[in-house]
Design a protein around this ligand. Structure first.
Ligand SMILES: *Cc1c(COP(=O)(O)O)cnc(C)c1O
Length: 420
């Protein structure tokens, strides 16, 4: 086994957590010990592990159809999923293209945007604009858009040039970022294919958050120069920020929206890229104008059945209605933890709570890793982003379990800071 993001020395020298089973909030190891899945299995597990309805739906669909090639066929699950997904999407997004994971959903959005301008009279529009601190996945286009050096550094020569906004952490903050973007985008309006943004929260670069007004301004800028706006909601979608979509919290509809992590609630790898009718219309006019992108497992029937069931559970169990109460206790906890000496900054939004114990960014001083180890002793599985310790529990976590989790992480953070 060659695991992701893990040095050979760590892989060979440390015992990983051996998870043999999971249920609700909990992972169980081979000795029967349990650990709270505080990161919702890399932000996917929005409804808890082995939700009975998802287990049943997998079983049921398995009796009928796993997969059929999406070229020249369709099946009820994918057709109905497209309709049901569009019905809950920000208004104006009317078309869904299905792929496998977050990176591919971004890859697809990038190619759609590029091809759209190539064949609709603006071929000079080839440049993408992205934010500082962005993460959009590990495939080449997604990496080109990202700015986390640890991920993209080595691959620099393979990546395409983009226009990157300055960092909001420097003097002037977001005002300066927006002013700089306004200036450069107005000057190069004819060259911009799309502005690509993780709305409200940049997850992988350390749960960095911005105000909805920033998102509105970025979107307004895309309207002003009439370019496409891509919202990468791979992490933020499906309730993570406290509403179904981060975009709707700012009252915007992007031209393209990427969905993945919560899409099947962690059951199967599946993703979607949603588009507006305007974008879709740009691909009519015969075979030479068709979208030149597809994946073998596009529109996978088992994944589609599960994704439909996820939406049904959101509706039947009023998952989004339960977020406010939980979000409030996470926010109160981060605010309280922010008072501890050694906690340099704290942030919360929806079902995300984050504490910076060292510097922000990937890598880190080791305090994050130490806290994760102390948390594991306390029955919590954490995976800090460098020195940023965060929780992203399932959206339907019972309140008493959430309280237990926050107490346990507090204990680990206190102990970790004492040893620093
Ligand atoms: C995780 C993530 C991706 C990549 O998704 P994968 O399924 O890992 O390929 C893309 N964009 C954002 C915002 C993400 O958080």
């Amino acid at each position: 086994m060659w695991p992701p993001y893990t040095s050979r020395e760590r892989h060979e020298g440390h015992d990983p957590l051996v998870v043999v089973e999971a249920d609700g909030s909990w992972l169980f190891d081979h000795d029967g010990r349990r650990y709270f899945d505080a990161i919702g299995s890399w932000w996917t597990c929005t409804l808890g592990h082995r939700h009975p309805r998802l287990v049943a739906r997998v079983r049921e669909q398995s009796e009928r159809l796993f997969h059929v090639a999406a070229g020249g066929t369709t099946h009820p699950e994918i057709a109905l999923l497209a309709r049901e997904l569009v019905a809950v999407a920000p208004p104006g997004l009317t078309r869904a293209h299905f792929s496998d994971d977050g990176s591919t959903s971004v890859e697809v959005a990038t190619k759609i945007a590029f091809q759209y301008w190539q064949q609709n009279g603006r071929p000079a529009r080839r440049r993408f604009v992205a934010l500082s601190g962005a993460y959009h996945g590990d495939t080449l286009a997604a990496m080109s858009l990202a700015s986390i050096e640890e991920f993209r550094g080595t691959f620099g020569p393979l990546l395409f040039e983009i226009h990157r906004a300055p960092s909001p952490t420097e003097v002037g903050g977001w005002d300066r970022v927006l002013e700089s973007l306004r200036r450069s985008l107005r000057a190069h309006a004819d060259e911009v294919a799309a502005i690509v943004v993780e709305p409200l929260v940049q997850g992988a670069s350390g749960m960095r958050m911005h105000h909805p007004e920033v998102l509105r301004e970025l979107h307004a800028l895309s309207r002003e120069i009439d370019t496409l706006f891509v919202a990468d909601e791979v992490f933020t979608g499906y309730g993570r920020t406290g509403a179904m979509w981060a975009c709707t919290q700012a009252g915007i509809t992007p031209d393209l929206l990427c969905v993945a992590k919560g899409f099947t609630a962690g059951v199967l790898p599946m993703a979607a890229t949603l588009a507006t009718e305007r974008v879709y219309d740009g691909f009519s006019g015969g075979a030479s104008r068709a979208l030149m992108h597809g994946h073998t497992f596009s529109g996978h029937a088992l994944g589609a059945a599960v994704a439909r069931e996820v939406l049904a559970i959101y509706r039947d169990e009023a998952i989004l209605d339960g977020l406010e109460l939980r979000a409030r206790s996470i926010a109160a906890w981060t605010a309280r933890m922010g008072q501890l000496p050694g906690v340099r900054a704290h942030r919360a939004l929806g079902m995300i709570g984050a504490l910076d114990l060292g510097h922000v960014g990937y890598g880190g001083t080791g305090v994050g890793l130490r806290v994760a180890e102390l948390a594991r002793e306390r029955g919590v599985f954490l995976r800090p982003l460098g020195d940023t310790v965060y929780v992203t529990p399932r959206l339907n976590v019972p309140l008493e379990e959430l309280a237990w989790l926050l107490d346990a992480v507090e204990g680990a953070v206190r102990a970790g800071l004492e040893r620093a």
